[in-house]
Every structure is written in structure tokens, then in C-alpha cells.
Design a protein around this ligand. Structure first.
Ligand code: IPM
Ligand code: MN
Length: 435
């Protein structure tokens, strides 16, 4: 069937021997180099023209498409953002991130359409529901997800983490957990004699495999002979796609790319001396890919325990680090501390081909709930990472600069209750600096 393309129209292109159509548009969508951009797959076997009038956004997207598949009306892009404030102080910090997002949108000429979801501990207590399958399907339709915090003092550990956070990560196949460790000016680090010029690296944590797959079980549970097994699981595909992202990230954002060094470096953090299967696989894949596809990127290897040691002793050695899920979880908390603590540390759960989710990594901090004393900068920085992943690089840079201005010139401390300002005042300071 011929494909007709007209100005301002979407086109459904039927695919041979398939019950799906490709939804295309020839708008110059963000991050896409093709003149005819793929927006997604639609479960509708017939082709034809879809206009703005008959385009139904709830059409069944079987596979969400490309980055920046957002609507583009009258010249400005509209990003559909799912906002999940979550538990504890999550809503307070998310409100500040949204405040700054609105200012960024005004200033940089894009639009946002925010939809709030109330998944979290309160809803779980009320309904027994964590993140239902229907919600996962709903979330696939967004350009990005902004998350506050998950964790409730009245809910047993594991339920909300597994049921909401990990479920979203797994179901949306957010296979990268990106965690920049950057000391902003004016921020105190517990590491003596180190400043922003020493602490500026990024951890690329694999986010779908390893000890997080839930592979394992008990035998003879409750008896003195009880056995518990929890297995670290990786396949080559998972390792390769993570490495590819990390090498590309090093190429684009490494020290040389940022004008801060003579080369871009990717370091693998593993444990090849003990985990002789898993990290053997990682190490082989790392060097094979590096040699073949990224020869200009310097490769280093550190055991994970040594990584911790050098994070503290010589953080300036690091540029981009790639590691498995479990080690990544651990070393990024150490990273968060050396960049000034949970008040500032942000992360992105990325599916580079799908929907990504951004979060402050600090958790719900229940004891500070509702007092207006929690630091919203980590949530603002998560939103900043979201802008960057949506392709709004200028806005992302400006938000980062505004945060840096505030840390350098305004805040007394990044700790809850000791900032010298309330949560919303800190949001105002960043918003004002950005505007
Ligand atoms: C993190 C958190 C989560 C993880 C928990 C809450 C499941 O610690 O994002 O680092 O282990 O990944
Ligand atoms: Mn963690």
C-alpha cells in the first residue's frame, strides 16, 4: 500500500505479513536524524493517513517508539511527563522539580503535559496495589517519568521497592541506571582536600540483571538446615547493550569530550578474581567491544573493592565507570556521599529506546515529611537529567548552572533542615536563577 505523506499529518505504514503498522510523521522530531521519523508501532493492520483530527493518542502502542516521539504542535514540542511523587518527602521535592521544569519550558520554548500518578505506600495501604500491569501499559505512553521517592515506614521492606520501583525498571526495560557523581561548587565533600575539579565522574550501572533478577529460593525453610540461594544472572545481550551505552556515553561525555582531559576513559568495575563467571563475561565483552568499536576510548579495569578505595583516595582518576547492577547500587551510594550527599544525588533509569524514569536517589526520608526542610536539589537534578534525555540540552545545561549558582552562593549546607532555606525557597532560588 502506498504511503502518503502530507504536511502536519501522521502516517500509518502497514507492514507486510504483520498485524502492526508503523506510525510515522515527517516532523523533525528531537534526536532523530531520519526525515521520516518513527513514532511507534500500532496494532492496526490497515494503513492510511492519520491527521491531527483523527489521531487518537490512546491508540494501542505496542512498542513505544523513538526518543522524542512527543507531539509537536505549532512549532513547540509537547512532552508528556508522568509524575509519580510517591511517599514521604517525595511529593515535596517533586513539586520543586516541577516548578523548575515549568520555568525551563517557558524559557526554552517547549511545553509539558504532566499527569500525576499516586503509586506509593499510601495507595498500597488503601488498595493493596503497588504498580498494576495496567499502569505499566499506561506509563509506556509517556515521554518520561519523574519519580519522587518510594518507601513507607508502615510497609515491610521490599514490597514497594519490588512492586513499584523495580517493577517499573524491569517492565519498561530501563536497562541503564545513570548516576553522575559531580561535586558542585560550594558543596562540602567529606573527602579532605578534594574539590569540584577532582569529583566529576559518572557511573553507568546495569539495571536489569545480576542479583536483582530474583533468581533463587529456599529449601528446608524454617529448619536449622535451611538453604537460601540468590543468583547473579547475566546474559551476553544484557552485558553488550549496557557496554555499548557506556562506551557511547564515554565518547560523548568523557573527559576529553568535555575539554577536561586528553582522553575519554571507560573503566569496568568488577570482581574477576572471585566472580569468575559473571565478571569474566563482562571483561571479555568489554575488551571485545572496546577493541572493535571504540578503539579511541581508553579502557581500565578495577575490582569493585578497589573502586571504593579509589573513589575516596583519588576520585579524579575516574571518568566513566560501567558495572553490574549490584556493585552499581553500592558504589553509587558511595558516589552520592562524596558529591555532597543525598540532597543532591540524582539518577536516571534509562531505556534509550523507550521510556526512562528519573529520580533523586535518596529515598522518602519519612522523618522529615511535611516539614519543608528536605533538600529538593536532587529532585531538580533528576528533572535536569530528564531534560537532557529528552534532547533539551540547552535547558538541561541552564538548570544545572542555576543549581550550581544556588549551591555556590546561597545554601549553607545541603543537609535537611540546615540549608538556611525551606524546601520551596530552594526551589524558588533555582527557578529565579534560571528564569
Ligand atoms: C537504588 C535503590 C534501589 C536499588 C532499591 C530501593 C530497590 O537502592 O535505586 O539504588 O537497590 O536499586
Ligand atoms: Mn541503592
Amino acid at each position: 500500500m502506498p504511503v502518503v505523506i502530507r504536511e502536519n499529518e501522521f502516517v500509518l505504514q502497514p507492514i507486510k505479513n504483520s498485524s502492526f503498522c508503523l506510525l510515522r510523521s515527517h516532523f523533525p522530531y528531537k534526536n532523530s536524524h531520519s526525515p521520516l521519523n518513527m513514532l511507534g508501532w500500532i496494532a492496526q493492520p490497515t494503513g492510511g493517513i492519520i491527521t491531527r483530527q483523527n489521531f487518537n493518542p490512546s491508540m494501542d502502542f505496542v512498542r513505544s517508539g523513538y526518543h522524542g516521539r512527543s507531539d509537536s504542535t505549532g512549532g513547540s514540542t509537547v512532552y508528556k511527563i508522568a509524575v509519580m511523587p510517591g511517599d514521604g518527602t517525595g511529593p515535596e521535592v517533586t513539586a520543586e522539580a516541577v516548578k523548575v521544569l515549568r520555568v525551563a519550558a517557558d524559557k526554552f520554548g517547549f511545553k509539558t503535559e504532566l499527569t500525576e500518578f499516586d503509586f506509593g505506600g499510601e495507595r498500597y495501604k488503601r488498595t493493596g496495589e503497588t504498580l498494576p500491569d495496567s499502569a505499566v501499559e499506561e506509563l509506556r505512553k509517556f515521554d518520561a517519568i519523574l519519580l519522587g521517592a518510594i518507601g513507607h515506614p508502615d510497609v515491610a521492606p521490599g514490597i514497594l521497592e519490588k512492586g513499584i520501583l523495580l517493577k517499573a525498571r524491569f517492565e519498561l526495560d530501563q536497562y541503564i541506571n545513570l548516576r553522575p557523581v559531580k561535586l558542585f561548587p560550594g558543596v562540602e565533600t567529606p573527602i579532605k582536600d578534594k574539590g569540584p575539579e577532582h569529583i566529576d565522574f559518572t557511573v553507568v550501572r546495569e539495571n536489569t540483571g545480576d542479583l536483582y533478577t530474583g533468581t533463587g529460593g529456599f529449601t528446608m525453610k524454617g529448619t536449622p538446615n535451611e538453604v537460601a540461594i540468590q543468583a547473579a544472572v547475566y546474559n551476553r545481550f544484557q552485558v553488550d547493550r549496557c557496554l555499548k551505552y557506556a562506551f557511547n556515553y564515554a565518547r560523548k561525555h568523557g573527559k576529553k569530550a568535555r575539554g577536561k582531559g586528553s582522553k575519554n576513559t571507560l573503566a569496568l568495575s568488577g570482581k574477576t578474581n572471585v566472580l569468575t563467571y559473571i565478571y569474566d563475561l563482562w571483561e571479555r565483552a568489554f575488551h571485545e567491544m572496546g577493541e572493535k568499536e571504540f578503539p579511541e576510548i581508553a579502557r581500565e579495569y578495577y575490582h569493585v573493592d578497589a573502586t571504593c578505595m579509589w573513589f575516596v583516595k583519588n576520585p579524579e582518576w575516574f571518568d566513566v565507570i560501567v558495572t553490574g547492577n549490584m556493585f552499581g547500587d553500592i558504589i553509587t551510594d558511595l558516589g552520592a556521599m562524596i558529591q555532597g550527599g543525598m540532597g543532591i544525588a540524582a539518577g536516571g533509569n534509562l531505556n534509550p529506546e523507550g521510556v526512562s524514569m528519573f529520580e533523586p536517589i535518596g529515598g522518602s526520608a519519612p522523618k522529615y515529611t511535611g516539614q519543608g526542610v528536605i533538600n529538593p536539589l536532587a529532585a531538580i537534578c533528576a528533572m535536569q537529567m530528564m531534560l537532557s534525555s529528552l534532547g533539551e540540552e540547552k535547558a538541561a545545561d541552564a538548570v544545572e548552572k542555576a543549581v550550581m549558582y544556588v549551591t555556590a552562593n546561597k545554601l549553607k549546607s545541603l543537609a535537611a533542615g540546615r540549608m538556611g532555606y525551606s524546601t520551596s525557597q530552594v526551589g524558588d532560588l533555582v527557578a529565579k536563577q534560571l528564569a
